[in-house]
Design a protein around this ligand. Sequence first.
Ligand SMILES: Cc1ncc(COP(=O)(O)O)c(C=O)c1O
Ligand SMILES: C[C@@H](O)[C@H](N)C(=O)O
Length: 369
Amino acid sequence: MVTRRVDLRSDTVTKPTEAMRAAMATAEVDDDVLGVDPAAFRLESEVAEVTGKEAGLFVSSGTMGNLISVLVHCDTRGSEVILGDDSHIHIYENGGVSTIGGVHPRPVKNNEDGTMDIGSIEAAIRDPRGELLYPTTRLICLENSHANSGGRCLSAEYTDRVGKLAKKHGLKLHIDGARIFNASVALGVPVNRLVQAADSVSVCLSKGLGAPVGSVIVGSKSFIAKARILRKTLGGGMRQVGFICAAAFVALKENIEKLEGDHKKAKILAEGLNQIKGLRVDVAAVETNIINVEIGEDSKFTAEQLYKNLEEHGVLVMTKGQSRMRIVLHHQISSSDVQYTLSCFQQAFPGCKKKTATKLEAGTPLTIR
Ligand SMILES: Cc1ncc(COP(=O)(O)O)c(C=O)c1O
Ligand SMILES: C[C@@H](O)[C@H](N)C(=O)O
């Protein structure tokens, strides 16, 4: 019988801490649809402050944050949004920008580091003289950190270049910042600098920061005013929402400092997995809390079979196709959980690669049972 559970499926799986539960129990709440919930206002103001934007709006999820942001920027029929072909908005949000918002997606190839070539973005911008034939480009979306590339971080300089391109063509720039705090910590760059060029950002409190629910979108006051109306239209107006905003405020205050530890554990786990014969991990690409693990063609396992093997030992991951799986670290995964996870993989793949182990950071002993 499995006595241990190590949930590495996502950083969305965390449970509220005691401090979050206490904050929820004592939260001062009121009707947020009427704009008077004090805990919601406090959280929105704090996230706006941290991101350097004028205002914020609490929404139920990152998906809703992205949807509202895209629809506010693309509020005219026939609008088109340029976004990564491997972006979360394009891949995992049920095509909401189109099915709900009537916005046409214009995917541009994501590079392995989560960026899109600036030239490719510019080439995708529609020529306004073709309006008889083409949709009208109104928005560019970036994602930082970039989940499907394995949590890779977009630099402030790259983001500024995309912002400059957007302005040159009269476009807006939205950043899916579900894990912007992970990028900030990994790069050592303040969040407000990373998103300086953006007209709007969707910031998840429910990912690496560990809040039970919610995101905050930030932007100009006029953008947020429109977003508030659209949130209500989409049924996202919540009444005494301060209960969950209070927990998110605790997450914002207490958990940013834990992100570096998540990243270090991810690196240690990545190093260990990459030493296992039959697995391949691009360790250098592990910049934050996400690890993509490739299962070798010569392996006896498919991702699904390995998933089941790990599950029998209480280790939960996500599969991504036949030969890839994703592991996501979060603040409720301990170093001991990392060691246990490595040993479970080791049992499934007996034998280490012949290559010498990649040098670990000093002081990070790695032992594989
Ligand atoms: C990069 C990214 N953006 C947006 C989302 C959507 O967030 P939610 O699951 O809260 O809708 C996710 C989900 O984890 C994500 O990874
Ligand atoms: C799966 C995906 O939608 C989710 N955002 C995650 O990263 O866990």
